[in-house]
Ligand binder design. Structure first.
Ligand code: 8Y7
Length: 291
């Protein structure tokens, strides 16, 4: 069992991972067919994902897709802050803000946001680590090699799991030094962020190794490129592939939070995987009692 401490509450995570629903407030998020841009549409979409069973919402205004152009601060603030504010008030679940800009995080947390999901693991903006400390918010530390503009150009690892473990140990240490409690942190291998297909498949095959860090692991595979590479499917046809990857990870006890577009389908799949794991645990306990 894992605990994840946020500013005003502590989440308990059992065998079923928490489902984090993705709310894009970007005009270029064509994975949603471009339907959910604009504040009101994003708010409605977030509420719908909660109705479908999302445990958390992740609100993002800057596309981190490979090759995407960065969004200026004022534009990102205008997109994200009103949506976070409205959902923090109306939705019943903690709101995460997907940003690497300290000012965006600060304003969102002030208006009810509970989690910073930073694809640069608090390294992209020198002010971010201070904002994180002061807010008491939960923090997702994601690994990325390079930047969204360059990351898919020939990424290299000595060991695609060992290198990430070393990176996370460094980030956990930096957070501790900055006064951010370990209980607030979640780690994330950053699937597709500076990784070839081979790197990704290795990281998924060995995902349980990240449990060694003693913190919950978040996994984002929803509709991603590697699924398309393996199955030959376009973005709109990757739901079954996405669920298969998540079930593989949940069955191994290797994931505690899943970041997805398709909340109701994901929730069903991971609930069943989690149920089976509960029975596996019970059976193990029974065996020990009989020994
Ligand atoms: C991830 C993410 C994206 C992920 C975390 C996409 C913002 C690309 N992917 N954040 N963000 N983990 N923590 O396809 O895997 O959703 S954007």
């Amino acid at each position: 069992m894992h605990l994840w401490q946020l500013a005003t509450q502590t989440l308990t995570i059992g065998e079923r991972p928490l489902v984090m629903g993705i709310v894009n407030v970007t005009p270029d998020s064509f994975s949603d067919g471009g339907r959910f841009f604009g504040g009101d549409a994003a708010i409605a979409h977030g509420l719908e994902l909660v109705r479908q069973g999302a445990d958390l919402l992740d609100i993002g205004g800057e596309s981190t897709r490979p090759g995407a152009t960065p969004v200026p601060l004022e534009e990102e603030l205008a997109r994200v802050v009103p949506v976070v504010e409205a959902l923090a008030r109306q939705a019943t679940v903690p709101i995460s803000v997907d940003t690497s800009k300290a000012e965006v995080a600060r304003q969102c947390l002030e208006r009810g946001g509970a989690i910073i999901n930073d694809v640069t693991a608090l390294t992209g903006d020198p002010e971010m680590i201070g904002v994180a400390r002061q807010s008491g918010a939960g923090v997702v530390l994601m690994h990325m090699q390079g930047t969204p503009q360059t990351m898919q150009k020939d990424p290299q690892y000595r060991d695609p799991v060992g290198d990430l473990l070393r990176y996370f140990r460094g980030r956990l240490k930096a957070c501790a030094a900055a006064g951010i409690d370990r209980e607030r942190l979640v780690i994330d291998p950053g699937i597709g962020f500076g990784k070839t297909l081979q790197h990704t498949l290795t990281q998924l095959a060995r995902l349980e190794e990240f449990q060694r860090l003693g913190r919950p692991v978040l996994l984002g595979v929803s509709r991603k490129g590697f699924i398309g590479q393996v199955l030959g499917r376009p973005r709109g046809e990757r739901l079954i592939g996405s669920l298969a990857v998540l079930c593989y990870a949940v069955a191994r006890g290797a994931v505690q939070v899943v970041r997805v577009h398709d909340v109701s389908e994901t929730r069903e799949a991971v609930t069943l995987c989690g149920k089976i794991r509960e029975f596996r645990k019970q059976r193990k306990r029974g065996k020990e009692a009989n020994d």
